[in-house]
Ligand binder design. Structure first.
Ligand SMILES: NC(=O)c1ccc[n+]([C@@H]2O[C@H](COP(=O)([O-])OP(=O)(O)OC[C@H]3O[C@@H](n4cnc5c(N)ncnc54)[C@H](O)[C@@H]3O)[C@@H](O)[C@H]2O)c1
Length: 320
């Protein structure tokens, strides 16, 4: 099959692209490199630097493609509050532009990387796909709007559409931007380098951390199964982990003690979030395989930024 991945030089995108190529597929990647790194891509992948809002570039790259994975987006929740126009332009505008280009070229299937963040703060956990979303940030609004543009235009243009609402993905190669990095690589880095882990409030806020290999498996299943159309599907681990428990697991895996700084609770945050995976199991035969401790160990082992912070003897056979 021929695949096209927008944002394919990013964290999730490069893992997906490299895996598809290993399975014998042809892969084209478009990424503007605002966050991604093309060095992470297998040399068999055709990489083009460019913006998902650039229609003529999309027309060229979409020729002969069987399925599109749309992962290009700006991804920081706090940053989206500061720069909502950018999040609307790139995340929503990019999706609309891509759907128009797919119509023009005649590409028939798209899988969108949507987000569990859309659910916001729900009293009942785990959350399933029928829950009414609570859009707490412009990022969440942009993902929800992208889903709806994709579904609506898909009906008009005869394009099959699937949105995977991914929860907190983590694994080797995840970006560590200076401001607002994702929590798993940030905590790993701080614990390994003797820095400070900042925990807000009680540390009882919980999330669903899903290892990248499980996310990639779900994306591949969603891309290949043409019977699945106009569906929203949660992808997580199904396990609820508090911030305190995450710090504890990181201490276990690194063999270091975390220096924890407790800060005032920030109002308005999501307290609990964990995915109900019944639909993913039913439609995609999705079964998350990597528990948090294993995923953290693999991240340490496979990510050179963390590996170099461990003394040589600490990479024991147990880590394999
Ligand atoms: N990582 C997670 O936990 C998670 C959870 C839910 C949803 N998602 C979604 O999955 C997708 C991938 O996320 P990620 O964690 O790999 O983030 P990432 O930042 O590593 O990847 C996004 C990629 O998109 C590229 N990009 C940004 N703007 C672009 C533009 N205008 N044109 C072309 N490329 C552009 C960036 O350079 C980057 O490589 C995103 O759409 C994100 O919203 C991620």
């Amino acid at each position: 099959m021929n695949y096209f991945i927008t944002g394919g030089a990013g964290f999730i995108g490069h893992h997906l692209a490299n895996h598809l190529v290993r399975l014998g597929h042809h892969v084209r990647v478009l990424d503007d490199l605002s966050a991604g790194d093309p060095e992470t891509l297998d040399p068999r992948i055709l990489f083009t630097r460019g913006d998902v809002r650039d229609a003529p570039k999309l027309w060229t790259l979409l020729h002969g493609i069987d399925c599109v994975y749309h992962l290009a987006a700006k991804v920081s929740l706090p940053q989206s509050v500061l720069y909502p126009r950018d999040y609307n332009d790139i995340n929503v505008g990019g999706t609309v532009n891509l759907m128009e280009a797919m119509r023009a070229v005649g590409v028939k299937r798209i899988v969108l990387g949507s987000s569990g963040t859309i659910y916001g703060d729900q009293r009942r956990q785990p959350v399933d796909e029928k829950v009414v979303p609570q859009l707490l940030t412009p990022y969440a609004v942009s993902k929800f709007a992208s889903e709806h543009y994709m579904f609506t235009l898909g009906v008009h243009y005869g394009i099959e559409t699937v949105a995977l609402r991914i929860f907190n993905a983590y694994g080797p190669g995840q970006a560590l931007p200076p401001a607002y990095p994702p929590v798993v690589p940030k905590f790993l880095y701080e614990v390994l380098s003797g820095g400070t882990v900042v925990v807000f409030g009680s540390g009882r806020q919980s999330r669903d951390y899903v290892y990248i290999d499980d996310v990639v498996e779900a994306l591949i299943a969603a891309g290949q199964n043409a019977a699945i159309d106009r569906e929203i599907i949660n992808i997580g681990s199904g396990v609820e982990t508090s911030v305190g428990a995450l710090v504890h697991q990181i201490e276990q895996v690194t063999g270091r003690q975390a220096h924890v700084l407790r800060n005032e609770e920030q109002g308005g945050g999501v307290v609990r979030l964990v995915a109900d995976l019944e639909k993913a199991q039913r439609l995609l035969a999705y079964q998350p395989r990597v528990p948090l401790a294993t995923g953290l160990r693999r991240t340490l082992e496979q990510d050179a930024r963390f590996r170099r912070l461990l003394p040589p003897g600490q990479l024991t056979p147990q880590m394999a």
